[in-house]
Write a protein that binds this ligand. Structure first.
Ligand SMILES: [Zn+2]
Length: 116
């Protein structure tokens, strides 16, 4: 007799579990549905970014986000300046690199940096 196929199981870190469970409860969905939705959305967002801006590559992410723009073959550094994201390539708060950076989950790691 064939066993029914079980879905794969992954371990969730305790600290993430409590935050995720609280979110799931607040939305009235199961933790399984909540986690699967978040995971799928992130994967699809990643795919979307690759289609939306295939010429932008994430070089590094830390206190600043460094992107390589293959259209102009230059690096764009994104960081916080006066409470807004700032792009060194365009010297602007509103360019493709900013839009791209905002869509990266790692944008939360950006720290304020004093203006140069
Ligand atoms: Zn830019």
């Amino acid at each position: 007799m064939k066993k029914p196929k079980r879905d794969p199981t992954v371990a969730i870190q305790q600290s993430i579990y409590s935050r995720a469970k609280a979110r799931a409860d607040a939305r009235g969905v199961t933790l399984i549905d909540y986690v699967n939705e978040i995971l799928l959305l992130n994967i699809e967002k990643d795919d979307f970014l690759k289609k939306y801006a295939p010429y932008i590559e994430t070089v590094s992410v830390g206190e600043t986000i460094v992107l390589r723009d293959h259209k102009v073959n230059k690096l764009a550094e994104i960081y916080f300046k006066n409470g807004m994201l700032y792009c060194t390539q365009d010297e602007s708060n509103d360019c493709m690199h900013i839009h791209f950076a905002l869509a990266l989950p790692q944008v939360i790691k950006l720290k304020g940096k004093s203006p140069r």
